[in-house]
Each structure stands twice: as structure tokens, then as C-alpha cells.
Design a protein around this ligand. Sequence first.
Ligand SMILES: [Zn+2]
Length: 483
Amino acid sequence: MIVKSYIGTAQGLRQIQVEIVLSPGLSQIQIFGLADKVIQESSKRILTALQKQGFRLPPGQTVMVNLSPNHLRKSSQGLDLAIALGILMETEQITKDVFDSAKTSVYGKLSLSGEVLVPEDSHMLNFESPAPELLTGPSTGLFHFDVLELSTLSEVTNIARVEHQHKGYHPERPARNSDWMFTKKMARLMAIVATGEHSLLLAGDAGAGKTTLMESVVPLLRQPDEKSFRKLAKYWKLAGKELSWRPSIQPHHTSSPQAMIGGGNPPRPGEISLAHGGALLLDELLEFHPNVQSALREPMEKGYINVARCGHRDVFPADALVLASTNLCRCGKFHPQKHKHCRCSSLQLRRYLEKLSGPFLDRFTIFHLMTHGKEAADQNLEMILKRVQKAQSFAEAEGRGGINNKLSESRLLQDLASSVDPQWVPFTSSRRRKWSLLRVARTLADLEQSSSIEQRHLEEASVWTGRDYHRLQDYRFNDFIFV
Ligand SMILES: [Zn+2]
């Protein structure tokens, strides 16, 4: 008898096969296939649950359970139900047609009394594609697809099909504050960030408008498609919240690393995961706990976060646009062009900036030093939104419906105009900065409805991705040179 189920991996839940055969021997359950201690221990629990529900193992027969593929080390929170149902079918205590084992995956925990429970990590299945046909415990609307539900083992002939209630798809773009006006330069930056969803770190003195700019990007973001919006809305329901637009999470810098990253028992997603599919706004970035900086590196690269807990790991989705701001010194008044207002010593300045780790800074596509300019603020959010939407429609018409900040290297190179000076591409010390530059150049080309990335796009992109980034590196490692 073969039943499909899941194990946990660094990338989420992975489907495996649970094979059950009987062999002459002691009346017990033996599990093979690199199972960890938690799975090994489940054999006694399954046995007790079967007995409590009026079933038994055949005398003089050992139940051999093989988990394949065999070469993978396995940890799982929900193999109990698959093993128990496999045993009941193999020993003909129930018929093999109670569910379709070729189509249905079985993922559930058993209590000692034989109750079926939904495993804590099964919310990950909401992010697996395509949606599986799943047999599990009473799920109370956890999933965004239809599920088969079973409350106790003895009710196996009475499996309930619970249909997912499709709610209307009504994302509401947040209101754009019409009083907020921006300079042409800042409007350009916001259009770039919103169009390409490029991660952004804004630095500057207090009162430069960093927070307003970050918050204004959220209503400019692309409307979520119906499928992903439903998934996100479901995920938010787990946290007891309603979603009306792409998520926007702005945790305070005093939040604990666990509140930010996730964890606990049972494991709960942190703020970083609640921002999945939307934006994570981090005001006063350097005031956050240092562990938060290092924890953010993985999701900014891979779109998910590993959370260590009681000797094993949980994986939560965490694919968000990260928008962050920071002052350049503790008093908040330092700016390279206006040093006279700041009372921090040179050493204090350097210590403060050293809190920003190089690898973390490198993960921001755009780093920009904000200044109070004399330029007139004559751009409102409606004007910027129109430019963003025009650029996104152009990219879609070109066959690029995804996010520019995730465009593949091959696609970026393919879009480079033949007239581009080849010296421009491999010019920077960091591989990440090179691809950041090309991705922003792709967005600049979209804002101009240009199919190819031209020299002028690369030149402007290098200002957004490289100029201030390299200036900051100089401040971090050399004496301050005021300009
Ligand atoms: Zn200062």
C-alpha cells in the first residue's frame, strides 16, 4: 500500500511516498528511510491511537513502513495519519476506496486517543502549487483549496469534503494622500521602486522625509492578482487579520527578534512573514536588534525564512519588498553636506555606521542619501501612480509580468541594447551590485517604454544603485571627508 504525504525541508513541505508492507515477525511498526527521532517515536503513538479506536495490528506480522525517496533525511509533523491509514488498508480493516490514494495526499497528526489534528506547519501548503487534494484533520477553513477532513480514525468511512469558500476578490488600493508633494527627483525614485519593486534603503538626517517617502510607495505597488491575493488573505486570517491590499508591515524598532523573525511553540510567523507578498517598512533600521539584520538577509535573497525551534527548523514564506530608512548618526543630524549641525564625534559616527553590516547593505538594490533640496515639490502621488502603471503595462505587453527586481540574469543580458558599451557591464566590484544596476536599468527602460536597456538607462541606474552606496562604504572605512 502506498500513501502520499509530506516532510519538511528548507524550501517548504515536500511530497514523499509512505509504503506499507507486512512481514512475519513481532507485532510492531518499524520505520525505514532516514526518519528522525520524532518520526521514529510516532510508531508507538500510532499503535496506541489504532488500539483506542478499535483497530489492531495483525498478530505475528511486523508492519514495515518505508519513506521514499530513501536518501533524504526526514522530519515531519504529519506522517501519523498517512501511516495509520496505510496500515488499516494494507491489513484490510478498511477498504482501499475510502479515499483516492493516487490523487490525495494525507497529512495529519494523531493524538493518543486517535483524534486527527492538523499539523502546525500545514499552512505552508497554501503556498505550494498546484493545490493538492489533501486529507487532514478538521481544518476550520485554514486552506485556500478544498480539503478532505477526518476527525477520528474510526470515522474513516465518513470523510467529509470541505469546499473552500471563495470570497470576492476586492483589493482596494490605499488612499493616496493628495497633500503630499514630492520633488522630481524623489518622484523618480518612488516610480522606480514601485515599478520594479526594488528594495530601498534611504539614509539621511532626521526630518528629510524618509518615512513619508517609504509609506507613499505602498499605494503605488502593482495590484495583486486574484490567485495570490486569495492566498495572502488566507494566510493573514491565520494571524486573525483581514487584508484589503498587498500587506504593508511597519514594525517598531523595539520589536523582539522573535516577533520579527517568527518562532515559538506552536510556531507563529513573524512580522517579516506577514509582509510576504507586500512591503516590509523598517524605520530607523539601525535601531533594530542586530539579529534582525542578519535574519533579513535570507528572505531578501530567497523569499523565505528559516526559523530554528526546539532542535528543528520551520520555514515561513517571507518574500517582501523591503523599504528601510536610517539616520546616519545617533543624534540624527549628521549628513555629509551639513555636518555642522551634528554633535557626534568622528568615532561615534563611524561606530554608528558600522552597525550596518556590509552583506546586509549589499542586499538593498537602491541605497540613497536623502537631502533637503531647494527643488520645488510639485509631484503628487496620482502623477507618480500613472507613470508606474504605464510602465507595468508596457512590461506585461513585452511578456514580463513578474517583478523586475527578480529578473533572471539571462533575461537582463538579452535585453541589453547592442549599442551598449560592454565596459559598462562588468565594472563593479560586487556581483550583486552589477545585477542590481541592470535590474534598475530595466525598470528605467520600462518607465520610458523602451524594449531594450540603453546606455542612458545604465548611467542613471548606476547613480541609484552605486553612487551613494560607494560613498557610504568610504564613510565606513575612512575618515569622514565632508563635502
Ligand atoms: Zn550626530
